[in-house]
Design a protein around this ligand. Structure first.
Ligand code: ATP
Ligand code: MG
Length: 473
């Protein structure tokens, strides 16, 4: 049976009487905790721009079903923030006073996840609506646990909406859109910070970063994504606390990297991470390579070009490859390692392979790249020297490789960012890729001499093993 608590009575009261009370003084006119100016936490429907038209059908469905079952249900976080900024939200998060178990009973398509934060995921095909129960902060509560550095290990103490506000990260992420009356609830001056383009951490910044050091990365990410500036109190502790990122599980940092670099503002994220000196703790080998590479500008330019290309693909809704991202981020590391390795007369492709393995090993210490992505990243690198081959069967086997497209795009990236050999190879391969199958076939032949000209009767291909060995193989 469902727990009936005071909050439902209060909520029902609010739904009925809020329109009459909206203009009154306390409790509906609170003081802004930041600058003590009087503010009303409730912004009625006709005074804000969040419309149901901008919210996904599935998120609305979840909100309505919770509301009809007698629970409080609000859209919160990026869904409200981005709609208020006139942007399209990446996903929709919902906060409610229903417990995870109660949520599960209402939705057949529900999966409960997480230990640190117990959450419900409501699944609609590819779209996942995340529903979290209001949580209370407050130390020494059973269900809430921190380690010696103050990092929160568990946070499963449920509370009211007012409690829930305080555990959010930034003021602009602590705005609630209440499905009961379509108002926006702002207890922390989030609307003002949204208008001013400011990211301000709630509470004491140092404590909040210690509770969860990933908030430092989130600060960099939102600054990059929204073009906001960090409030000075929010920015100040980062320099000292950045090393706490060493304690974050590599799997979580992998997720954060995707959000930083794969959601349309990767280049800006890189700049923000470097400005705050967070790259050193998130991707130490990349930061080191940028500092040690003889021509630092070239290495940076390479990664920037890759991220700018990725940002363009996100804007055009084209598919993305995480392997390509990591191949690009780690390329300056691999190149630097290759220079440092003792060559002992080994062919460049072997040296590059060893250097690439080393780069991946260094990355794994901080960011857990799943195994299949490691393999794909390696493949993209290992195919690079083979692009210097412009004739014979090696061309055919490279062109027919299942990962040709990714490796070829990587070659174009190297060319675009000024690598000379890559630029020459790219000109040849571009002509080849764009040539007709007949012209391409001419090149496959060992006597094709690398010319892209049409043959009327294609030559019989020589049996395996007789053609010239592909470069670097
Ligand atoms: P986006 O989805 O565009 O990346 P978002 O703000 O929705 O941005 P989510 O990671 O989806 O970010 O989280 C949803 C909300 O949950 C946030 O807006 C914030 O209120 C809260 N939140 C998420 N992570 C944290 C955290 N580490 N500390 C405090 N609050 C958090
Ligand atoms: Mg979100």
């Amino acid at each position: 049976m469902r727990r009936i608590d005071f909050s439902h009575v209060r909520n029902a009261f609010m739904v009925i009487f809020r329109p009459f009370l909206a203009g009154r003084k306390p409790p509906y006119r609170k003081r802004n905790p930041v600058d003590s100016s009087p503010i009303s936490p409730i912004i009625p429907r006709d005074q804000h721009s969040v419309s149901r038209r901008n919210i996904s059908k599935n998120a609305l469905n979840v909100l309505y079903r919770l509301h009809e079952a007698g629970f409080r249900a609000c859209l919160v976080g990026g869904g409200v923030r981005d709609v208020l900024l006139g942007r399209e939200p990446k996903d929709f998060d919902i906060a409610t006073d229903a417990t995870p178990e109660q949520i599960r009973k209402l939705f057949r398509n529900c999966r409960l996840i997480g230990r640190r934060f117990r959450l419900a995921h409501i699944l609609y095909g590819k779209e996942v609506i995340e529903v979290a129960t209001f949580r209370a902060s407050g130390d020494d509560m059973p269900g809430r646990a921190a380690d010696d550095s103050g990092r929160l290990l568990r946070d499963n103490v449920y509370g009211s909406l007012e409690d829930d506000v305080q555990r959010r990260d930034f003021t602009v992420n602590a705005l609630y859109y209440d499905i009961a009356d379509f108002s926006v609830i702002d207890h922390v001056g989030g609307m003002r910070d949204l208008r001013d383009g400011v990211l301000r951490l709630l509470g004491d910044p140092e404590t909040r970063y210690r509770e969860d050091p990933v908030r430092m990365l989130r600060a960099a990410r939102f600054a990059a994504k929204l073009g906001f500036r960090l409030h000075e109190d929010t920015e100040r502790p980062i320099a000292e606390l950045a090393p706490l990122l060493e304690g974050i599980p590599p799997a979580r940092l992998f997720d954060e990297c995707l959000k930083l670099f794969h959601t349309g503002h990767g280049e800006a994220s890189l700049h923000e991470l470097r400005r705050l000196d967070l790259l050193r703790w998130l991707l130490p080998p990349v930061d080191e390579a940028l500092a040690l590479t003889r021509d630092e500008g070239a290495a940076l330019h390479f990664i920037e070009t890759a991220l700018a290309n990725t940002d363009r693909r996100v804007a055009e809704d084209l598919p993305l490859s995480s392997a390509f991202l990591y191949a690009a981020l780690l390329w300056p590391v691999a190149v630097l390692r290759a220079q440092l390795l003792d060559h002992e007369g080994q062919p460049p492709s072997v040296v590059l392979q060893q250097a690439g393995d080393e780069a991946l090993r260094l990355l794994q210490q901080r960011v857990a790249l799943p195994r299949h992505l490691q393999l794909l990243t390696r493949e993209i690198w290992e195919m690079q020297p083979r692009f210097s081959l412009h004739q014979g069967r090696g061309v055919a086997s490279l062109h027919g490789h299942p990962r040709f497209r990714a490796a070829y795009d990587f070659l174009l990236l190297r060319a675009q960012s000024g690598e000379r050999q890559a630029a020459e190879d790219a000109v040849w391969w571009k002509a080849f890729v764009e040539a007709s199958p007949g012209d391409q076939h001419a090149v496959f032949s060992p006597s094709g001499e690398g010319e892209l000209k049409r043959r009327r009767t294609p030559r019989r291909r020589k049996p395996r093993g007789e053609g010239p060995a592909a470069h670097g193989e």
